[in-house]
Design a protein. Sequence first.
Length: 245
Amino acid sequence: MKFINHQNAPNGFERLYNEIRGEEERILSLEQIQKLPYTAKGFRHHGEWNKRIRSTSRFENYITDKKTRTLLDIGCGNGWLLYKLARKLQRADGIEINKLELEQATTLLAHFDNVELHYGDIFSMDPQPVYDIILLNACIQYFDDIDRLMGRLRQFLSESGEVHILDSPIYKDKTSALEASTRTKDYYARHTIPEMAKFYHHHCFEDFANYNYQIPFDPRKITHRIKRKFVSESPFPWLKIQLSR
Ligand SMILES: C[S@@+](CC[C@H](N)C(=O)[O-])C[C@H]1O[C@@H](n2cnc3c(N)ncnc32)[C@H](O)[C@@H]1O
């Protein structure tokens, strides 16, 4: 594992994010991280992680079937997914702006020689057009400008590379996104961290209208809506985006 530092000092986001993560009891032990998405029954976020079991498994099957060689996990957090996928890939890299969790990823992935972990932001990393897949797993909400982000990601993708967005809410229209944004503001205000709201962005399908995207998993389908009544299934869509050069 190679660690690359693009960040000289923590930014405002890190302090606020860790404050809320601590309060929400989302900082996990290495033992817990190694088992994700599986968690113990009594764990506070057990229900939420249970819903991620199927979305993780679908994505894992996809990269296996496609014989994906290289992947960049943006906002890789504590590295749980890279840990799960690294054995299947020639190169499994992560970038993360939160040092606390990235340090956990560093420990977790120490023995993999096909992993690079970058501390910083995709805008501070040198572009190299090498990734077959760029993944944003529960992360797109931390980027305000989809066009700016896609323009940047294009520079990191291999010839037929794809961007995948998983496990994040994508709202049906701008009105729903705006309503959700009010809920988010209330949530952070209640937790006495109102400044955090400015880092959390609510996207709707229209924000991706300029891109050639598919929805390999669409929770709005009636079959999935019925299924969710009986099994733990993700309420979030999986977006696959082919970016032309
Ligand atoms: C909700 S967590 C998801 C972590 C992990 N991908 C997962 O699926 O569990 C979102 C992560 O994105 C990171 N993040 C937010 N903005 C980022 C940015 N501009 N560059 C890199 N990471 C970022 C946060 O620090 C956080 O670890």
